[in-house]
Design a protein around this ligand. Structure first.
Ligand code: ATP
Ligand code: MG
Length: 446
């Protein structure tokens, strides 16, 4: 990571040197200027995360410098150092947009603390901007599709719970859309302008997970060279999505419970808690009741999370959504790959309608994407679908042909009042073939 850059502006050389040595030791990159004019020149040429400036200086003084820099960059962080007793200029500085002020003579600790505060808030700002950008980008390309009764129930529930701050527990098999629903809840909430932060509880080792979630103090473990804000702080006033919460280790479960109860976090290596305002949405594809019985998931945590349970039905409970999702993904991936929109043959859509979809919407999405890549013509046929799907469904697809055949035979017999010879002729088959079929299907005159 690039080091944070600080400019020190003071007409007294001893102060510049003393500050610069002390702050370099903290890991900052330092530039110095003797007066406002020089400082302004430097500022125009370079990027600085913070500026510490004296007020009384020859040429351009601190207050004028503040005005000039704020004119160039309204979000510049400027700390003023003022002589003891000159409260008015301190107030003027704050009015002019200074981030902070320190009264001289000051201790180096004071400067460090104020700088750290500024850098931390800058980091949070950056992370927020980044997360929002990620969110916006994804939002653009992701729509929620589904009109089946089972899915409409989910959407109605989403509508009802989005505006509240209650904790939500989303249940659903893998690929059913737990994450897309969690985001939808965030997007429809009053927190939409704040971060939506996702963490996969199963993907990180316990020590890392804790410091990711709660942050850490400098020196709390090897490699912790700076204080670091936890994701719960990044998510402040926003939404926190705890994905695969069933995978959380016992130690982290205790800490999560604490956040949910107290609404505060304690960074690793710290003793002072920090208040956070987050809405928590958790998700799992596991049987948490079973995990509780096995003693690997805490009951108290479960009840804290399970305030509003929301179950996303598997694909096989909402088959009428299959054609809608198929069309949606066809459009999405044909556009993405810059090829003309492909159709899907009726055989292929029958296979899709009958398949069991253990991987749910994600499996369907992948199947369509794959078929578009493989199929060079304009129609996706059975053969373009994954082997597994074809193997699972042929009996049923041809079963439906069988049904059609039976129907045709039955109506031919009805038309001819069960005259098999005539019926065979209308069907365009040999009478002996008809007899064989009648026997196979067990069809008798009633
Ligand atoms: N109703 C839907 N409409 C459109 N796309 C959907 C829908 N449901 C899921 N998807 C898409 O399917 C994929 C899987 O969804 P998502 O990641 O939300 O599922 P999940 O339940 O979190 O899965 P996992 O358990 O594997 O983490 C994503 O690409 C998502 O955009
Ligand atoms: Mg997921």
């Amino acid at each position: 990571m690039a080091r944070e850059r600080v400019m020190i502006v003071d007409d007294e050389e001893s102060i510049r040197e003393w500050l610069s040595i002390a702050l370099k030791k903290e890991g900052y990159e330092i530039k110095c200027a003797e007066n406002g004019e020089q400082a302004l020149e430097l500022y125009k040429k370079d990027r600085f995360d913070a500026i510490i400036t004296d007020i009384r200086m020859p040429k351009l003084d601190g207050l004028e410098l503040l005005k000039e820099i704020k004119g160039l960059n309204p979000s510049a962080n400027i700390i003023m150092t003022t002589a003891f007793g000159s409260m008015e200029s301190a107030i003027e500085a704050l009015r002019g947009g200074a981030a902070d002020y320190i009264t001289k003579p000051f201790k180096i600790e004071e400067v460090k603390l104020r700088l750290e505060k500024i850098m931390e808030s800058e980091r949070l700002k950056r992370e927020n901007i980044y997360l929002k950008a990620v969110l916006k980008k994804k939002e653009g390309e992701k729509k929620i599709i589904g009109k089946s009764p089972a899915f409409m129930k989910v959407l109605a529930m989403v509508d009802k719970i989005s505006k509240s701050d209650s904790t939500i527990m989303i249940y659903g098999d893998s690929g059913t859309g737990k994450e897309i629903i969690a985001k939808e809840i965030h997007n429809r909430s009053n927190r939409v302008d704040r971060a939506f932060v996702t963490i996969n509880c199963g993907a990180l080792p316990e020590t890392l997970l804790e410091s990711e979630l709660f942050g850490h103090k400098k020196g709390s473990f090897t490699g912790a060279i700076k204080d670091k804000a936890g994701l719960f702080q990044v998510a402040d006033k926003g939404t926190f999505f705890l994905d695969e919460v069933g995978e959380t280790s016992p130690g982290t479960q205790v800490k999560l419970l604490r956040v949910l109860q107290e609404r505060e976090i304690v960074p690793v290596g710290s003793t002072s808690p920090i208040k956070v305002d987050v809405r928590v949405i958790a998700a799992t594809n596991e049987d948490l009741e079973q995990k509780m019985d096995d003693g690997v998931f805490r009951k108290d945590l479960f009840y804290r999370l399970n305030v509003i349970p929301l179950r996303i039905p598997p694909m096989k409970e909402r088959r009428t959504d299959i054609p809608l999702l198929t069309d949606y993904f066809l459009k999405k991936y044909c556009t993405k790959m810059g090829v003309p929109l492909k159709k899907i043959s009726s055989g292929a859509s029958q296979v899709m309608m009958r398949y069991s979809w253990p991987g749910n919407v994600r499996e369907l999405e992948n199947a369509i994407e794959r078929a578009i890549v493989l199929q060079e013509g304009d129609t996706i046929r059975i053969g373009d679908l994954p082997e597994k799907m074809i193997q699972e469904t042929p009996k049923q697809v041809f079963g439906s042909l069988k049904e059609k055949e039976k129907e045709a035979i039955a109506s031919a017999l009805e038309e001819t009042a069960w005259n098999a010879a005539k019926a065979a002729r209308t069907l365009g088959i040999h009478p002996s073939t008809l007899y064989r079929k009648l026997k196979r299907y067990g069809m008798d005159k009633k």
